[in-house]
Design a protein around this ligand. Sequence first.
Ligand code: BGP
Length: 475
Amino acid sequence: MHIKFPTDFWWGAATSGPQSEGRFNKKHANMFDHWYDIEPEAFYDQVGPNLASNFYNDYKEDIRLMKEIGLNSVRTSIQWTRLIDDFETATLNEKNVAFYNDVIDEFIKNGIKPVINLHHFDLPVELYHKYGGWESKHVVELFVKFAEQCFKLFSDRVTDWFTFNEPMVVVEGEYLHQFHYPNLVDGKKAVQVAYNIQLASSKAIACFKKVNQNEAGRIGIILNLTPAYPASQNAADLAAAEFADLWLNQLYMNASTLGAFPAKLTERLAEDGVLWETSEEELEIIKNNPIDYLGVNFYHPHRVKAPEVSPNSLAVDWLPEKYFEEYQMPGRRMNVDKGWEIYPKAIYDIAVNIRDNYNNIEWFVSENGMGVSREERYLNKQGMIEDDYRIQFIQEHLYWLHKGMEEGSNCFGYHLWTPIDCWSWKNAYRNRYGFISTDIRTQIKTIKKSGYWFKNVADTSEIELTEKLVDQLNK
Ligand code: BGP
């Protein structure tokens, strides 16, 4: 079976500054840099962000490889801790301004659209120690100053901007589930942080409208958006799924696209006495600055059930998990290396949801991918990793994405996580996601089978699926 996508479809991949550049010539540390400095054993094999995939030194060669595999667009992020010398005044580090200018120009020279994100889990750590990071509205203002510098410096050439990558992961990682420094468990703070990040995004969008230099310029947010599938149709499981969807998806989706938080969520948070501090003026800013377009990161579905323990038995005052619990569906298909369920049809559900509930806003798959350990297992005699599992994973997701588009969803692109194997936070280099492998000892980069395969997809905007695979997908 042949599937055809629009000829101007974005075929690309995503990375981030902190995961690819390395800490070279960086005056400041972000949250992860600092965490690694104080507790290297928290990271897989004690590998930290110092070298990452050496993009700071290798960007020319890396971009050449990205071109070789046909990518027409690539997302990365500008590190706040690299670009800015003084956070209060947002004075620039000129050497690093030159670095980002070169990177952007190099992408453009190679026919690759640079897609620029401003925050990828990389808050400057001193803003956490001084002000409580995203708990503080002063930090919101400082972020907007940083954003303004980026727009002023680069929006003559960069047309595609995003404010935040996966804000909910910051909330969960830092304040709920202890996988980002400072590893707190504090529901009340989590709620305020969730709000403050939305406010920061909306304020950055307001600023973009004032200083953007390019008529084609647009700005959005990147959300890890996933339907919350209930474990059963029982009322209790349905209620759990409803709350999970409000908290995990609708909070940012509604505020960023429709200009207001879902009332059902704010009412519940108010009843529970944990609603964020806000003001009429701030809510006006959120209302008046919706995104132009959306990025959706999708890896795995959420399956939820009613909590088994009484909400009152929670050890801390309030947690969103009061209302839902993760459900491990028997027989689910797993990527065992990463521990994530594989469920490509969710992309179709996301497409339909955006079409029906969010004014069919333009969107793209900003991350999707499969992290696999010890990929050397799949090296062939010529030294190429034969990652057929990744090719199939992409095919399956593109199949469902295409179906959603056929039914009218306004999707304009697909980005894999990630172009070149990069550093993955706590997991460091355990799971590899790239079209191109990185040897972390030598930093030699080699195109995998999926990279060559993807070049053909990008060149033709078509994919070929076997009947067997299509049958499986429709079972
Ligand atoms: C997303 C992040 C990416 C990337 C990816 C893979 O949530 O936006 O930065 O890391 O997940 O996940 P991991 O690195 O945890 O394997």
